[in-house]
Design a protein around this ligand. Structure first.
Ligand code: TF8
Length: 338
């Protein structure tokens, strides 16, 4: 719990601390150090959100809590960072819900294809009572869920052909996140999915190990996937929330007023992050086309065909989850649309 015990430096961590302007004095003056790592790069709204979190926390604690930010999987992929939080060797990460489902299976509901009709409904459900129930389930895993941020609606890219309908998925090798529901959903559409950590993805696309992948336009653009992918379709098949996680054993060592600061900072930085993400999403698609990608629009009918192909998978997974919770989520989605 001492600041020293909390600082296990490796080369990359030191380099990055310097790049952050996290000079030794600031770190030495601090009572607590939060090492916050994410998978996406420092251009992404996810990182801007993390910087906002740092700004708020350091200002409101007068530097008593020092936040070091790491991007691009410098501290590992989503799973590795969650495990580090459990062990107490890292304090914060912001993974997608898909890898979280490997720790708390109920989280897989948020990755049901075509669950949320739009991001406003997602906000209302996630930020409401039901969303909190899921965050509470993380406690048993030594993880403290402080807020939902936004990865976004996922869209398909590939290097082989235009994908306009469910038939076009046939035979495509698609990297998915490490989540069984994602794998089964893509199999149901006739694709050949293969699970992989995000940190391996660019190389896999470049070397042709996989034909395609799916992520929001922001990621496709900001991670430079257009350099190794020719086709993009607005499948919008899954809405990926991010969850702002803190190591629970670390959270529990914080005095109550500091707990309040990090609670609020995670929420406030999340609002900012969602705004940035949404502002730029359409622009990112334009930029992908400018970079030479062929854009294929998915019609409502084609999207409905995709939904029908996946429906049995959704029903199978839904049956395995806590039924009360499943119904609460469906009800909350309905209520949010009234
Ligand atoms: C994925 C996710 C990721 C994020 C991030 C790298 O495709 O969408 O972009 O979870 O941590 O793996």
């Amino acid at each position: 719990e001492s600041p020293e015990a909390n600082n296990n430096d490796t080369e990359v961590k030191e380099e990055n601390a310097e790049a952050n302007g996290a000079n030794e004095e600031a770190a030495a003056d601090a009572e607590f150090t939060i090492r916050a790592g994410i998978g996406l790069n420092n251009e992404h709204p996810q990182y801007k959100g993390l910087e906002k979190f740092k700004e708020i926390v350091e200002e409101e604690t007068d530097g008593a809590i020092h936040v070091e930010t790491y991007h691009s999987g410098q501290l590992g992929d989503d799973r590795t960072m969650m495990e580090a939080l459990q062990l107490g060797s890292q304090e914060v990460t912001v993974p997608s819900t898909a890898p979280i489902a490997n720790f708390v299976s109920d989280f897989s509901i948020f990755d049901f294809p075509f669950l949320f009709p739009n991001s406003e409904v997602a906000d209302e459900v996630l930020d409401g009572e039901v969303g909190q129930k899921f965050l509470d389930k993380l406690d048993d895993q030594n993880l403290k869920g402080l807020a939902y941020w936004e990865n976004g609606f996922r869209d398909l890219t590939n290097s082989e052909k235009e994908v306009a309908s469910v038939d076009d998925f046939e035979g495509l090798t698609i990297r998915t996140m490490e989540n069984d529901l994602h794998l089964d959903a893509f199999r149901a559409m006739g694709a050949n999915p293969t699970p992989m950590a995000f940190t391996e993805l660019f190389t896999a696309l470049q070397q042709g190990t996989v034909d395609g992948q799916e992520n929001p336009f922001a990621t496709i653009y900001l991670e430079g996937f257009y350099e190794v992918q020719d086709y993009v379709s607005d499948t919008h098949h899954i809405y990926s929330p991010f969850v702002f996680l803190m190591s629970k054993s670390f959270y529990d060592t914080l005095p109550e007023d500091y707990q309040e600061v990090v609670d609020n900072a995670a929420l406030e930085a999340g609002k900012y992050q969602r705004e940035l993400n949404r502002e730029a999403n359409d622009e990112y698609l334009d930029s992908l086309v400018e970079e030479g990608m062929t854009f294929t629009e998915i019609s409502d009918e084609a999207r409905e065909e995709m939904r029908l192909a996946i429906e049995p998978v959704v029903e199978e997974y839904a049956a395995e989850l806590d039924q009360d919770l499943v119904n609460e989520v469906y009800q909350a989605i309905e209520d949010a649309q009234k």
